[in-house]
Design a binder for this molecule. Structure first.
Ligand code: ZN
Length: 434
């Protein structure tokens, strides 16, 4: 398997050295935001915290979070830590209700962005011989740009098609001999559909790998994209508020997305209490940028649920890995005083059944007590239909779920299609207590 690494010094850094580098960069960031961003000066002053009080990486935990709401309130330039004359690019995102969130980039920010994108592209197996078709949006959103400049930095050829015009995309893919597709997972399937309609067999194309980002997707979608487009599909984490694509990406071993920890400090917190969780536990990703000049962020709550894996990766990178983003933190429900991530139920069900069934959490109250019912749609081949084995299966499943989420649920198998659909998607959680 290919083990090309773009920046061996950074990506294979000894973890003690990495921690030292992170601390130095964190201290510099805290000084900069305290001096230049009123929002952070106010927050630090309220705590009686001075940047020099940060003596270890753990001291970061003393600082408050930054939320999307804070960023929207700061519209347009309040979070900028440099004067506008030093800003060479402005992007914005609509990730919050209310004002857009505005991100600025200095020339050095853009250089770093291209280098980090080059790292994730290299990890995906892209090199200078490749022809890369970027179907993400070129506009105010960060999506296409980061990867675009990463491709150029690697010396590969970039075709900036942007999204849409799917028949033309397929034609370009065939005629220009595209080897790498960059897209959202959803659009990849639209392209596959278009190929089928045009009678284009992906086996006759030159595609070898796809980098997908921009929306949550599942292993089942990955398998579908791989078989319909005849390529290797890799997961990427693109957080626009922190930078854009290039924050983290999978290597060919696909055991999570390597996070560029020399530029971003990650914490996983309990979304309800904000308490920092140990590696391996599922929680909300909180990122601190430690090299961003124009719009640095301290303890930014991403709202994305993931866990951090520090175990060695066969590719040789020492950077920690983020597991596939399994949902949004704001989906957390509290049952009997215990925080439950509905997506965790999905993970347990798919580990049990081999694929993720359609399911729903129904929460209600009997007298003073909460109950949790997990409805699972039965599908042929997914669950047995014999009565005796079904009872046993339900017991085993309820036991596994109780172990995984900390609350004993009732498990109810229901007919396919019977889980209430509201609009396009069924609500994952039906809370009857409200
Ligand atoms: Zn790896």
């Amino acid at each position: 398997m290919s083990v090309a690494i773009y920046d061996r010094e950074a990506e294979q850094m000894d973890r003690d050295r990495l921690a030292q580098l992170q601390l130095e960069r964190l201290q510099a960031t805290l000084h900069r935001v305290y001096k230049n961003v009123k929002f952070y000066k106010r927050k630090f002053d309220a705590l009686g915290f001075l940047p020099e009080d940060c003596q270890s990486l753990e001291d970061l935990r003393r600082l408050p979070f930054t939320t999307r709401h804070d960023l929207a309130q700061a519209y347009p330039y309040e979070m900028f830590a440099v004067p506008l004359r030093e800003v060479v690019r402005i992007h914005s995102s609509t990730g919050s209700p209310g004002n857009p969130i505005v991100m600025g980039y200095t020339a050095r920010d853009l250089r770093n962005w291209a280098k980090l994108a080059a790292r994730v592209l290299t990890a995906a197996g892209v090199d200078r011989d490749d022809v890369v078709q970027v179907t993400l949006s070129y506009g105010l959103l960060t999506s296409a740009f980061g990867l675009h400049y990463g491709v150029e930095l690697l010396g590969a050829s970039v075709i900036p098609t942007g999204p849409g015009g799917t028949a033309r995309q397929v034609q370009i893919m065939r005629d220009y001999r595209t080897t790498v597709l960059i897209s959202t997972p959803g659009y990849a399937l639209v392209i596959a559909q278009q190929m089928e309609e045009m009678g284009v067999d992906p086996k006759n194309l030159f595609l070898k790998v796809g980098l997908f980002a921009g929306e949550p997707w599942t292993e089942a979608q990955r398998a579908e994209i791989e078989s319909r487009l005849y390529l290797t599909a890799l997961d990427n984490y693109a957080l626009s508020e922190a930078m854009g694509p290039g924050v983290a990406g999978e290597c060919p071993y696909r055991q999570g997305m390597h996070l560029n920890e020399d530029h971003f400090l990650a914490e996983i917190v309990d979304p309800a209490t904000g308490e920092v969780l140990p590696p391996g536990e599922l929680g909300e990703l909180v990122l601190t940028t430690i090299t961003r000049e124009a719009t640095p962020l301290v303890r930014f709550r991403t709202g994305d649920l993931t866990c951090l894996d520090l175990s060695p990766c066969p590719c040789g990178r020492t950077l920690a890995r983020l597991s596939r983003i399994s949902g949004r933190a704001d989906n957390v429900v509290v049952v009997k005083g215990i925080n439950i991530f509905p997506e965790r139920v999905g993970q347990i069900l798919s580990a049990f059944a081999g694929e993720e069934p359609v399911y729903q959490l129904v929460i209600g109250r009997e007298g003073p007590l909460d109950f949790l019912e997990i409805r699972v749609e039965v599908r042929e081949g997914l669950f047995f239909d014999k009565m005796t084995s079904q009872r046993q299966l339900l017991q085993t499943l309820a036991h596994k779920l109780a172990q995984g989420i900390g609350v004993s649920p009732r498990v109810k198998l229901v007919e396919p299609g019977s889980i209430l659909r509201q609009g396009e998607t069924s609500p994952l959680v039906l809370d009857l207590r409200k």
